[in-house]
Design a protein around this ligand. Structure first.
Ligand code: BG6
Length: 502
């Protein structure tokens, strides 16, 4: 941290790979929102660094276009925007050319900034050279204030490459300077998991193996892979969503209360969960995971192509676009409670949710028309899109018979707070600018995520499959996935099912 008063310093937000989609869609709109809403204490300047033949003016056009397109509610005429545009600079360079970094240094000096935030928004294959060159050119020494680096996912593609990246980054920055993004942590509803659990007294006593039967975590998407075949083909859903977003949701659901709500205390508890995961390797990994690929089907009333027909995908690809896993957290709290996690592209609906399925009442009292078995207690944390929390329980249907039917108590963000939750990047960028790393993944955390994931990846590789099971786009996945969870006598929740008592 700097000892210079933030109010009299200015900050350079240096985006490597500014010509890409991330800067346009997420970073620039989020920065402008922070500026215009007065959330930033010190003035901030955007500096772009990329290969394309752009000028300062092209960058200014990008800033304006990105705000118009992705933050249409923010004003396009403001003093703040004028200042942002006036100070915006573009450094044209390839990522391996040291002179580019020297030009960047001169530009920083010229602007007279003190704080430096480097943002890696390049393709991941450029991470190592950018980090190395920041170090070689001495830019990591900063400009008198604080210096930080934000690294986008994917953070490596297995434990070995993540370790390599770690080694390189720690040659140039200390761990306290490194902010690894998992944008799920920036989602308001994800942050609310801890508030819900630890700011209320009534749920935590039930939050363990004595009362919880199992947990289902779903990240389902209707979209396909778009134009990202190059990346997705070598990633699959396991690297794209399981290793990061799904495991993060699992750690927040399973972790113990931190001693304080500070970055290291929270992350210490998350890491303990990752270390308590029962390793999935070899035959165990095969038996406890299920993967599949989509074929053509109907999504939102339109026919979409199958994965193998997506542009850029090999016709013999065995990249999974769906995966499910049965995971155990081997500690006192969760012993014996299965966590079923699943994620897929081109599924029936876009839903992210965590469903805590509580155990049945110990005795059926209303046995003649008993529906307790069909209407168990489920607490659902709806992360998106219908942000909120629901609790399902059995109630007596009015009438002469003792008939139990499921009903629902519902909390909805928009209804309760009168507004939609903010964009994840707004919160994350604010946090890295003020130096709060709670919502960023720590070095040991990301390595533990990879160590667990590697077991599955290696087992899958050794299977040498030529084809994967398939599912029709627009459905909830293949029948095999239902059989997978069905072996334990459970079924997947269909998150779009509304409860309608009859
Ligand atoms: C990204 C993945 O990290 O998360 C994408 O690379 C995925 O493939 C996205 O679509 C999902 O994020 P969100 O916020 O839309 O749920």
């Amino acid at each position: 941290m700097s000892n210079i008063d933030d109010a009299i310093t200015s900050t350079a937000f240096v985006i490597f790979g500014i010509t890409g989609d991330l800067a346009k869609r997420k970073l620039i709109p989020a920065l402008y929102e922070l500026i215009i809403s007065g959330q930033l204490i010190s003035p901030l300047f955007i500096i772009g660094f990329a290969r394309r033949d752009w000028s300062d003016d092209t960058l200014r056009d990008l800033i304006k276009n990105s705000i118009t397109e992705f933050s249409p509610n923010l004003p396009l005429e403001s003093q703040e925007l004028n200042r942002l545009l006036e100070k915006a600079r573009y450094v044209r360079s390839t990522f391996d050319d040291l002179t580019g970094y020297q030009k960047l240094g001169a530009c920083l000096q010229d602007l007279g900034v003190q704080n430096l935030l480097f943002y890696l928004a390049t393709p991941p294959e450029n991470y190592l050279e950018v980090i190395r060159n920041i170090g070689t050119s001495g830019l990591n020494q900063g400009c008198g204030g604080w210096t930080r680096i934000v690294v986008e996912k994917p953070y490596g593609r297995d434990l070995e490459s993540a370790n390599e990246l770690e080694k390189e980054i720690h040659q140039v920055f200390t761990e306290k300077q490194v902010y690894r993004i998992d944008h799920y942590l920036g989602k308001e509803t994800v942050q609310n998991i801890l508030v819900f659990r630890f700011a209320n007294g009534i749920f935590e006593p039930l939050w363990n193996h004595k009362y919880v039967d199992h947990v289902q975590i779903t990240v389902s998407e209707t979209q396909g892979i778009g134009t990202r075949a190059g990346y997705y083909e070598s990633a699959g859903v396991i690297r794209d969503v399981f290793q990061n977003h799904l495991l993060q949701l699992l750690t927040l659901t399973a972790m113990e209360s931190p001693v304080t709500f500070t970055a290291d205390a929270v992350r210490d508890e998350k890491v303990k969960v990752l270390h308590a995961l029962r390793p999935l390797t070899g035959a165990e990994a095969i038996a406890n995971t299920y993967r599949a690929q989509y074929v053509s089907g109907m999504v939102d009333g339109k026919r979409v192509v199958g994965y193998k027909d997506e542009p850029g995908v090999r016709s013999d690809s065995i990249t999974e676009t769906y995966m499910a896993a049965r995971v155990f957290v081997d500690n006192w709290r969760w012993a014996g409670v299965p966590f079923y996690v699943r994620s897929g592209k081109r599924l029936a609906a876009r839903v992210t949710e965590i469903a805590i399925q509580f155990k049945q009442a110990p005795l059926s009292l209303f046995n003649r028309h008993d529906m307790a078995g069909d209407a168990p207690n489920i607490l659902v944390l709806n992360i998106q899109p219908d942000e909120g929390i629901t609790l399902t329980f059995g109630a007596k249907k009015p009438g002469f018979q003792n008939q139990v039917l499921p009903v629902m108590m519902k909390f909805n963000y928009a209804e309760s707070f009168g507004s939609e939750p903010p964009e994840a990047y707004v919160r994350l960028l604010q946090d890295c600018l003020v130096g709060d790393a709670t919502l960023f993944t720590r070095s040991d955390e990301v390595r533990a995520q990879w160590a667990f994931t590697d077991g599955i990846l290696n087992a899958w590789k050794s299977q040498n499959l030529r084809n994967l099971p398939v599912y029709e786009a627009g459905t909830w996945g293949p029948p095999g996935a239902d059989e997978f969870i069905g072996r334990d006598g459970h079924c997947w929740r269909n998150p779009t099912d509304e409860i309608t008592p009859q």
